[in-house]
Design a protein around this ligand. Structure first.
Ligand SMILES: C[S@@+](CC[C@H](N)C(=O)[O-])C[C@H]1O[C@@H](n2cnc3c(N)ncnc32)[C@H](O)[C@@H]1O
Length: 295
């Protein structure tokens, strides 16, 4: 069987089985491409047509084993491959952290324009999981210093492996912290993709999500308890002129309900995704109960 034919056939099998595509691929065709290209180490920058060829029996067996695990057990493709791509970079990926899929990737690609003017000197990736957001920033901004923090030691172990994968030990550190508790520095940019699913919603999620750590999904009542604490604490860790970029996904409405006086700037995405807001330091100072007169 040829590559293109196999991808089409696999996509059809995935659709027929009702596989859920919520972990980086938007539909079964992209999911099949991800599985096949990832398993055979093909170049994602080249098209299927450019790489179309016959498979050998060993390759077919490898693909079929992965396809079975994906379709029958519903294991996310990134966990099966042990790798994921985020903002154009490859990361080690396993069940110690969520599969990277944040729309914040698009903001990193565009250098956070027009919010930021030039490169940030210091960036915090709060709730970093495997570190994809902070590491993609470090790769986008070659002289910035990045701190990755998470409450989960397992996630941080994975983040440290990803720091080493990209040779960024000199500019990127990983630190265990419950939100801002263990931090004393300040940053030009705080990027946060905290858990934002409510317990009622978690039990209704498709089977694929059960392979991900619950700590990465459970955002407390209404999904926004962690986001609320984060918003109230962030100003003291932001430099003047700095921004907090916060992802709350489909819990955005709940967050607005909790902070009716706050003028959230919800960012638009060309390549899909929503529920990401930007807040400047003065807004966060007001949320913390301080006087927020300066930027
Ligand atoms: C939605 S995942 C995001 C992971 C990664 N940033 C990404 O975009 O793929 C949320 C992460 O927040 C971490 N987390 C949960 N509660 C936390 C807390 N109180 N303080 C710090 N990190 C927390 C979880 O361990 C998990 O890795």
């Amino acid at each position: 069987m040829r590559l293109q034919q196999y991808i089409n056939q696999l996509a059809g099998r995935m659709a027929a089985a009702g596989v859920h595509c919520g972990h980086g691929a938007g539909n079964v065709h992209d999911e099949a491409v991800f599985l096949v290209f990832g398993a055979l180490n093909l170049d994602f920058r080249q098209s299927i047509e450019q790489q179309d060829r016959d498979f050998g029996p060993d390759e077919l067996e490898k693909l079929e084993n992965l396809a079975r695990e994906r379709i029958e057990k519903r294991i996310p493709t990134a966990y099966l491959l042990g790798k994921a791509w985020f903002a154009g970079h490859e990361f080690i990926c396993d069940s110690r952290a969520l599969v990277p899929r944040s729309p914040i990737a698009e903001l990193i690609d565009s250098g956070f324009e027009p919010l930021l003017v030039g490169e940030p000197g210091a960036v915090l990736d709060l709730c970093c999981g495997g570190g994809c957001i902070g590491l993609a920033c470090a790769l986008r901004f070659p002289s910035c210093r990045v701190d990755l923090t998470d409450v989960s030691e397992q996630a941080l172990d994975l983040a440290r492996e990803n720091i080493r994968l990209h040779g960024l030990e000199d500019r990127v550190s990983a630190l265990q912290s419950d939100l801002f508790c263990e931090l004393d520095g300040s940053y030009d940019l705080i990027l946060a993709n905290p858990p934002y699913v409510s317990p009622e919603e978690i039990v209704q999620l498709p089977a694929e999500y059960r392979f991900e750590p619950a700590l990465g999904l459970d955002g407390g009542s209404d999904g926004v308890d962690i986001a609320e604490s984060l918003l109230k604490q962030a100003s003291k860790r932001l430099n003047p002129g700095g921004w907090l970029i916060l992802e709350t996904g489909f819990s955005a409405g709940e967050l607005e309900n909790r902070f009716p006086q706050t003028d959230f700037l919800w960012l638009a995405f060309e390549h899909g995704g929503a529920g990401v807001c930007a807040l400047k330091r003065s807004q966060l100072q007001r949320l913390a109960g301080n006087c927020g007169s300066s930027e």
